[in-house]
Unconditional design. Structure first.
Length: 133
């Protein structure tokens, strides 16, 4: 697999990716490469970025006042600890199964909130609720 990204003088971006589907797209390196390319093309405006080599799917909704992020571990192994860069909100709490809210470790860096998730079990999820920017 190979990928090429060109930024033109006018600021536009051309990205070309060559890969034998679906075999090579399932590797951790390819996932990381594609995430980095999409983040570059969007000018670092992807709402959620996960750089760790894990298969966590973020699902995002917002009503203008709060942002809801469901992180689904789409794998047979636990995630262990990982970081989530969130650019779509701030001041996140975990929504527990009983409807209560719990604090989660987070820090602010430039235009994003970095949330540290301790672990998500196999085929389990974690819901984060935060304020929109």
């Amino acid at each position: 697999c190979s990928a090429y990204v060109y930024r033109r003088k006018d600021g536009s971006v051309i990205a070309v990716d060559g890969c034998l589907m679906p075999k090579q797209i399932q590797t951790d390196n390819k996932k990381m490469q594609m995430t980095n390319v999409f983040d570059l093309i969007s000018n670092q405006r992807m709402p959620v970025v996960i750089h760790d080599s894990i298969k966590v799917v973020p699902l995002i909704t917002s009503d203008g006042e709060k942002v809801n992020i469901l992180l689904l571990n789409a794998h047979f192994d636990p995630t262990n600890q990982f970081e989530v860069k969130i650019r779509a909100g701030k001041d996140f709490k975990v929504l527990a199964d009983d409807g209560s809210f719990h604090p989660i470790q987070q820090r602010t860096a430039e235009n994003e909130t970095i949330v540290t998730v301790d672990n998500i079990g196999p085929w389990q999820y974690l819901i984060l609720i935060g304020k929109t920017e």
